[in-house]
Design a protein around this ligand. Structure first.
Ligand SMILES: Cc1ncc(COP(=O)(O)O)c(C=O)c1O
Length: 410
């Protein structure tokens, strides 16, 4: 298998800052990340400050703006004004879904069978305002972008897709969809829960209008914290369903958080109009540290490194005769490798052999998950070739003892 080359030396060295890797073969970033010592130190500093002195609000606001800017930079936003704070992915998606004045005859396109429920319910909820949720069926585990484009019509206002599905974990052809949406003035919203931080993201290049992400996976931060990117032109056509002080523009001269302006107010420019009141300062500080580390290592570099490991893992499973979703590693593969047959079960696979393989890996301190009836392995910058080799060796040894040969599993 491909070992990291010297291009990846800095990434390989970063592993030492993630103590969980000394205890686990951790292949579950699609569930949640493990924190680095540096991120933990930032949190300690934040909490100590709060415990000993009370929060320093001025410093908090300065950090909030730095973190907003850093996230914007990470995903290629044109300006920090295009970034709003959110609690999680569904919060960010709901911000967009509820900010459009839906009319009867409007429709949104999505592939509910492959989306996370948190990118489905926000749209179903808008049916009470007349929205038609136009469902596209998946094609062999993929979001069929060509069909999505064909199904657009004069009533289509938005399209919502995951950049990478949570299971089977395939990439969506976002840029192609983005082009079609831009030509038709359709807002393209991407659920980037499974890509930002691991895969290089450039919202301008891929013609994304809105992007929702949380920080506990690829961004290497905490739960309960996320971001919404909304392209300025679109954000300024949207009216937030919730409004509070930070979404209102009182001008630079009066920026105190407790200031109340006229009852006739102006919304903040860009996506800032979606900000509400006080922020999750500790989680934002943690995200500032973890995103700085991601940017230091380079997003394209991280993507190449991590996807190289995923390809080796997928090929290794295939060589052992396991049914890897999508078959041979190809352009669909990112950093998530799934094994088994897709179903609706998130508690087990449909096959006893794979349930026992899961238990065997877990007993040997491999962290993975089961989603949609499949074993899901997901990698990030703190993983290395030894992790991949270890999982393959444990699997080989298990199959040698428990199965009737590779052919029985195909
Ligand atoms: C694609 C995708 N969207 C959304 C979520 C979760 O949404 P939220 O951040 O609202 O909990 C997940 C997983 O947790 C996911 O994999």
């Amino acid at each position: 298998m491909n070992r990291p080359t010297s291009d990846f030396a800095a990434i390989a060295a970063a592993r030492a800052d993630y103590p969980a890797l000394e205890r686990w073969t951790y292949l579950d970033v699609a569930g949640r990340c493990v924190l680095s010592r540096a991120t933990r130190a930032t949190l300690d500093e934040c909490l100590d400050g709060h415990m000993l002195n009370g929060a320093d609000k001025k410093a908090c606001f300065a950090m909030i703006e730095r973190t907003r800017g850093r996230f914007g930079e990470l995903i290629g936003a044109a300006s920090a004004d295009e970034i709003a704070y959110a609690k999680n992915v569904s919060d960010a998606i709901n911000m967009v879904a509820t900010a459009w004045d839906w009319r009867k005859g409007d429709n949104v396109l999505l592939c509910p069978a492959l989306e996370h429920p948190n990118n489905v319910y926000p749209w179903l909820n808008m049916r009470r305002h007349g929205l038609e949720v136009r469902s596209i069926a998946p094609r062999e585990g993929h979001v069929p972008v060509d069909e999505m484009i064909e199904r657009m019509d004069a009533g289509t206002r938005m399209a919502a897709v995951s950049t990478v599905t949570f299971s089977p974990g395939f990439r969506t052809e976002v840029a192609r969809l983005g082009r079609a949406c831009r030509e038709r003035d359709v807002l393209l919203l991407v659920d980037a829960a499974q890509s930002v931080g691991v895969l290089h993201t450039d919202v301008r290049e891929s013609l994304v209008d809105a992007l929702a992400v949380s920080t506990q996976k690829g961004l290497l931060g905490l739960y309960g914290m996320g971001f919404l990117y909304c392209r300025r032109e679109w954000a300024e056509r949207l009216k937030p369903a919730y409004l509070a002080r930070f979404g209102v523009d009182l001008g630079a001269a009066d920026s105190h958080e407790a200031s109340m302006g006229d009852e006739e107010y102006r919304l903040m420019p860009g996506a800032r109009r979606f900000d509400l009141g006080n922020y999750n300062y500790s989680a934002a500080a943690a995200a500032e540290t973890s995103m700085s580390e991601i940017m230091r290592l380079g997003t394209s570099n991280i993507e190449a490194y991590v996807c190289g490991l995923a390809r080796a893992l997928a090929q290794g499973f295939l060589d052992l005769g396991l049914p890897v979703s999508g078959g041979a590693p190809g352009p669909h593969l990112a950093h998530i490798v799934t094994v088994g047959k897709m179903s609706d079960n998130h508690y087990g696979t449909g096959e006893d052999l794979y349930n026992r393989l899961y238990a065997h890996l877990e007993a040997n301190r491999v962290k993975l998950s089961i989603r949609r009836g499949m074993l899901r392995f997901s990698l990030h910058l703190y993983n290395n070739a030894d992790d991949v080799a270890r999982v393959l060796e444990l699997t080989r040894e298990f199959l040698g003892r428990h199965s009737g040969g590779a052919d029985a599993r195909r």
